[in-house]
Write a protein that binds this ligand. Sequence first.
Ligand code: P5A
Length: 443
Amino acid sequence: MRLSRYFLPILRETPKEAEIVSHRLMLRAGMIRQESAGIYAWLPLGLRVLNRVNAVIRAEQERSGAIEILMPTIQSADLWRESGRYDAYGKEMLRLRDRHERDMLFGPTNEEMVTGIFRSAVRSYKDLPKNLYHIQWKFRDEVRPRFGVMRSREFLMKDAYSFDLDQAGARHSYNRMFVAYLRTFARLGLKAIPMRAETGPIGGDLSHEFIILAQTGESEVFCDQAFLDFEIPPATTDFDDVAGLQATVDHWTSRYAATSEMHDAAAFAEVPEPARMAARGIEVGHIFYFGTKYSEPMGAKVSGPDGVERPVHMGSYGIGPSRLVAAIIEASHDEAGIVWPDSVAPFDVGLLNLKAGDGATDAACASIQAELEEAGLSVLYDDRDERPGAKFATADLIGLPWQVVVGPKGLAEGKVELKRRATGARETLAPAELLARLRQGRT
Ligand code: P5A
């Protein structure tokens, strides 16, 4: 992609309304634009990151056995009357009325709808277990939307819903998501700690929030520092191994970790003093087991091996991809701007032409761009007629993992410069060596 033809509305000034660094950087880097309080448009650079975050989430959902669907944003109030949540949900629910005076709503979550889909199709335990997920916009009329997409009113959620014959099966489904979440957040370059959590309007009595530590986080959390060194379950994890997954989850819940609502000061005091962490964190995921809370009133039943019908045991599992984009920036930035982890960077490489208009430099850049793109790397080519200083500043601000700097002086010696954004390390090499070097990866 040539920057001269792209849409990257960079802001020179630091926006005053933005209180935290991720919000400031997302606005400055032209990733998002506020349309109303807590409602944002995603601009090209932001959308590329959001799509990459979704791709990692999808890959790990599929690995764990979940199946993708897509439910609508607008739901009928009647479904929510069946579960009793239509009145209980309160002011956070955006209620609408269609031209036939039917009560509708913009979905804040999908437990009711997915239960409706399930009950219309599944009758027997032989069709279990199932886990259906989608990635869809939600609306919650938050009292205090703030920090940009971190706490917005319209936001993207990956929500998965599991169905099992009994509690033991549901526990395994819960464990599958638990492990999938550990892998997802690690692939996004984040250290997320599972913490015992309150279940709120979703319900149930088993629940973990996945929290990343950050000073600007809205949650107050208490945990054992040992978690930061825990090993992430490998890609080869067998998600059908009931005992194996339980052992992994047991390990990841063996130390103290709780949000303020679930905090137990006496238990926390038993954590050895140097490992005791009282910190702030960002909730990037939340998983729930709530048994038959929805299946019972909504009549989602299956017949068991004994022929007796019973309501299915369910859980739901949420991740906020739009919040994650901001959370990744909170965890990875410096004075100059964003430092994207390779897995979610909007482009792999920024190609900086220091003398746009110069025949030899233009030709060298065009051939580098073609070669790298041919090899499957995404390149943002800064071909604008701008000072080198402005190009360096833009490249650092938008945080692409690699910068290839091409100028007439270096080219005269057959060299270009390669900079790693995360470390600032620079090296000079021949254009022909670039691809192999990039494939070799970080350092
Ligand atoms: C689980 C999936 C649920 O809604 N029902 C379906 C359950 N859980 S949750 O904790 O309420 O939300 C799941 C994740 O969504 C993100 N999130 C938000 N992101 C941005 N702005 C918001 N206002 C917002 N509210 C929730 C969080 O990542 C949360 O963990």
